[in-house]
Structures are given as C-alpha cells and as structure tokens.
Design a protein around this ligand. Structure first.
Ligand code: ADP
Length: 439
C-alpha cells in the first residue's frame, strides 16, 4: 500500500508549502511596506525642509533684496548640516547665488521646490537626494539579507510544521491499522491530551470502538443466550421422542410424546418469532398499520385477556381510563405491548397484591401506565431488563423467555414513543409508556 503510506507525506508537504508560502508572502509584504514607507517619509522630510526654506528665503528677499537673500544663504551654508542649492531666476534668465560645491543644477539628483516672489522673480530651492538615496540603498542591501533570512526561516519552519503535523496523524494511522489488522476492538488509539483536532478525532474513533465493542458483545451475548435458551426445549423435544421410541409400540404414549413435542416446538417458534419481531421493530423494518384509536380500547382488551389469570392468582386487577385519549397506533402491536406488561405485572406480583392499568393525558402526551405491588426489580437489574433474553434472578422460577420487555421497547419506539420504568424491590414496579397524542 505505498499509495496510502505516502498520503500523510503529501498532506504534510502541502501543509509545509502553504506555511512557507504564507510566511514568505507575509514577511515580504511587511518588508516592502517598510521600505516604501521609509522612502516616502524621507521624501516628505525633504519637502518639508524645502518648503520651510522657501518661506525663510522669501522673507529675506522681501526685506533685503537679492543681497539680503545671498547673505542669509551664505550664513546658513556655513552652519547648516544639509547643503541646499538656491537659484533665483528673474524674468530674463537664470542667476544662481552661492552654493557650496555647486556643479550645476541637475534636476535629476535634486528634490526641488519653487516660489514666485511678488516682483515676478522665481526663487528655487533644491536639496540633494544623494543622502536619501544612500540611506535607501543601504536599506535595500539590508533587505536582501532580511529576505534571505525569511526564506531560510520559512523553509525550516515549513519542514518542522510538516514534521509535527504528520507525527500525530502517523500515530493515529498506525493505531487504526493495528486495530483493523488484529481485529482487536479492545485496543484504543492513544490520546496526546493536546485537545487538538487530531485528539478529537482519536477520541471519536475510540468512542466508535467502544460502541462497536458494546454492540459486538451484545450480539455475542444474545447469540449465546439464544443458543442456550434453544437448547432446553430442543433437548426436551428430543428426550420425549427418544423415550417414546425406546419402549414398546403404544399409540397413547406416542400421542402423549407427540403432544409434548408440539408444545416444545411451539415454544421454540414463539421465541424465534419474537426475536425476529424485535429485530424488525428495532431496525425500522416493521410495518405498522396505524390507525387513530382510543387507548382505553387497548387496555380493555388486555384486561379482558388477563382478568381470569389475575383472579386465579389472587391479584386484584383494575383499570382507570381517560377515554378521550386517542393516538395513532398499530392496534395489534399495542395490544401485544399492553399484554406483555400486564402479564409481567401479574406474574411478578404475589397473591394478595394488586395491578393497576391506566390511560391518561400528561404533559401533552398519551400515557399508558401499569403499576403493580409485586416483587420489584433490583437497581442492578433495572438497566438490563430491556435486553433480549435477560431474565431477573428472582424470575427464574416463573415461566418466560426474557423477550417480553425487549419487544415492548422495540414496538413503542417504532411508534415514536418511549417506555420507562420505576421500581422498588419488595414494593412494586411502574412501567410508563408515552405516546404522541392525536386529540
Ligand atoms: P420475562 O419473560 O422473564 O418476564 P421480560 O423481558 O418480560 O422477560 O422481563 C425481563 C425481566 O424483567 C424479568 O425476568 C424480570 O426480572 C423483570 N421484570 C419485568 N417486569 C417486571 C415486573 N412487573 N416486576 C418485577 N420484575 C419485572
């Protein structure tokens, strides 16, 4: 897989090139801006000097004429650090007055300014740009060095950035590859605790592994349970048949054995059908035949079904219904839900206890509640009762497959509702179903 191995390198290289380009572009912009700002500042300074001199000289000319001006200029030439060229032109031609080392008025190397005096004379002041050009030339030379340093820093920085950007990605890739190669879902990607995007990705990956691990464990557990739970009826089925065959031919014994076999086979079928129903409901593949139904109709039917069972066990069964509560439901599926919950409530409530089933509207929702005064559910078992094939420790003596509540939850959730339980061991349980109200 050379292609895949090269991918982080390409990514890192791209990052490094980006980093270096941005750094160089940014730095060069700053350097060039500084250069042009300095150049403009120097030019502006020259202009200010020229303007102020023009003012001074014009005043000197006004008070002392050309002689007065010459005197002022000469005096200045002795002390002033910056040599200025001064030229006075009358309307006839050019007349220059004294300037040190003046070799001629070369506009190319001078920054000049002029003012027309009241008598028509043109007063011109020139300032040599040599000094300025010299400063800027040095600046440019320094810029060469700075630019070179910028390139070196950018390329080293880019290379380092490439390295450091690649390192965590390489680690992540190595860990993911190790996990996918070994198939060990208990391995985790190490976190660097830098709280950066790579760490976040690693944490998410670990979370995903946690979930996969949980699901795989759940599936494995369910499969183990199914195999285990199928073994019992299958063994009994085989036992009955074997026993019947072992003895002498006897039609009555055969009949009895076959009846046992049918019973056991039914048990297996119910279990498999329920498991498939749960899977269908959980995956959303279940087809719900929804209709607007008052929930009390569901409750009444379930109560009718279980009245005799409750009576036989000595459990009081009562219903309390608000007949205006209507919801869009699959009648048969919801009857299955109510029947399962009622069956459990009666099954896990000793003689003398009571079971109440009610329908009400609460907080804008349709609520179906089944409350019993039975054995209750220990806190340790509460989160597990919705699992397929889970059976409570105290429930082993009762008949059951451990699939009722899984089916209840799957059907209710397929309806867009929710199911909750509150329970106190020794005092009883309350199962509550919330559904969308439609009236
Ligand atoms: P089962 O066939 O064992 O009743 P269920 O899926 O219906 O399977 O319930 C799972 C477990 O939840 C039961 O084994 C039991 O421990 C517990 N349980 C369910 N309903 C009740 C209840 N009303 N009172 C006490 N325990 C209950």
């Amino acid at each position: 897989m050379p292609d895949r191995e090269n991918r982080p390198l390409v990514y890192g290289l791209r990052l490094g090139v980006w980093y270096a380009t941005l750094f160089i572009a940014g730095s060069l912009t700053i350097v060039l801006l500084t250069y042009f700002a300095t150049s403009a500042l120097l030019a502006q300074r020259d202009r200010q000097i020229i303007d102020s001199k023009l003012g001074t000289y014009a005043a000197a000319y006004a008070s002392g004429g050309l002689d007065g001006l010459t005197e002022v200029v000469r005096a200045e030439q002795l002390t002033a650090p910056e040599r200025l060229f001064v030229r006075v032109r009358d309307w006839r031609g050019v007349q220059a007055i004294v300037l040190s080392q003046f070799q001629g008025w070369d506009e190319g190397s001078l920054e000049t300014g002029e003012i027309r005096l009241p008598d028509g004379t043109l007063l011109q002041v020139g300032k040599s740009t040599d000094l300025r050009d010299d400063v800027l030339a040095r600046f440019r030379a320094a810029l060469g060095l700075v630019t070179l340093s910028i390139f070196i820093i950018a390329l080293t920085g880019g290379a380092l950035a490439t390295q450091s950007a690649q390192a965590p990605i390489r680690k992540l890739i190595a860990a993911v590859e190790r996990i996918s190669r070994t198939g060990r879902t208990d391995e985790r990607v190490p976190l660097v605790e830098k709280r950066d995007a790579i760490d976040e990705l690693s944490a998410l990956f670990n979370q995903m592994l946690d979930r996969i691990e949980g699901l795989v464990a759940g599936m494995r557990g369910a499969l183990d349970n199914v195999s285990h739970d199928l073994r019992t009826p299958m063994t009994r089925l085989r036992g009955s048949a074997e026993l019947a065959l072992a003895g002498p031919a006897d039609l009555d014994r055969y009949r009895e054995a076959l009846a046992d076999c049918v019973e056991e086979a039914d048990r297996v079928l119910v279990m498999l059908t329920t498991l498939m129903d749960i899977s269908e409901a959980e995956s959303g593949a279940i087809e719900l035949h929804r209709e607007m139904m008052p929930l009390f109709a569901i409750v009444e039917r379930a109560v009718d079904l279980y009245r005799d069972t409750a009576e036989a066990k000595g459990v009081t069964l009562e219903s309390h219904v608000d007949d205006s509560v209507v919801a869009s439901i699959d009648r048969l599926r919801l009857e299955q839900v109510a029947a399962n919950l009622l069956d459990n409530a009666i099954k896990y409530t000793p003689a003398g206890g009571r079971v109440d089933i009610s329908v009400a509207r609460e907080g804008g929702q349709a609520v179906l509640r089944i409350r019993d005064s039975g054995i209750g559910i220990p806190a340790t078992e509460l989160p597990r009762i919705w699992e397929r094939l889970f059976r409570g420790d105290q429930s082993r003596t009762e008949r059951g497959l451990g699939l009722g509540l899984s089916l209840v939850k799957a059907i209710v959730e397929a309806h867009g509702g929710s199911v909750n339980v509150e329970s106190t061991p020794g005092q009883g349980s309350i199962f509550t179903i919330n559904l969308q109200l439609t009236s």
